[in-house]
Design a protein around this ligand. Sequence first.
Ligand code: PAF
Length: 304
Amino acid sequence: MTLIRGSLAFYNIMPVTVCHNIESLRARVKQWRNNNETIAFVPTMGNLHEGHLSLVDIARQKAGRVVVSIYVNPLQFAPDEDFDSYPRTLDDDLKKLQTRGVDLVFTPDSAMIYPHGEQQCSFVEVPVLSHIIEGEFRPGFFRGVATVVLKLFNMVQPDIAVFGEKDFQQLLVIRQMVADLDLPVEIIGGPIKRESDGLAMSSRNNYLGAEEREKSRYLSETLLAFRRQIEKGVAIEQAETSCVKMLESQGFAVDYVTLRQVKSLQKATKDDVGLNNELIILAAAKIGSTRLIDNLKFVIESST
Ligand code: PAF
């Protein structure tokens, strides 16, 4: 079987190498490093969909070797969240990764990641960014994410790591952690992948019943409506309020719909609008018992 690197079109489907322990992961990575190969890493919690696979494709284009991790990280779930029911679909995930030219799938367990228990481990706290917006509704979430990502970086030692822009705040938290701690990893954001009706792809979409799935498209529609209002000159607070009402009228329980500066995620003010600044609308809302998040980046063209 021939395997031609660098062109997705010519990949043969080969069994993907799965590695459960850090020693064998490090041995494999060391071999690659000795051959001067670059390593791109895509951390995931499994239950892979096209959104994840598009990140793998980016990783594939950027480096000679691609490592994907699959680990449902207990440290980023609150006690009342869905850690136990989070879908674990390893066999399907491996089949999908085989088709995308992944070199190694790392599947650690909690004994390996948190040998003293997840409540007893050293942790990473990225200030400010971790405590606003999503952090207000999910205290401890970004601490859990930053901690596991740092640990995975130390295990895999990649040159590049790819994260989805759907979790935009997470991407910024990781970028800040990497900058603050001088980690030698380039962080790349991959664009959001959407279903044909606009719903951002997410493993949690599997929780939606038929009626909820039908309604879920209103989340991305609301982001577009918010942008249209801002472009028309509607005041930010008024646009926020009307978008919350739009979602509530479709049965959503809204955590936030908010317009922010894209670099800092600080609140956008009227001075940020109309200056060719890049802005982002972030939203989180529950439909039934499923919490969805989404975002939309855009630039307001100067009106002058
Ligand atoms: O985005 C995710 O799937 C998770 O937060 C991550 C980055 C894999 C850390 O557990």
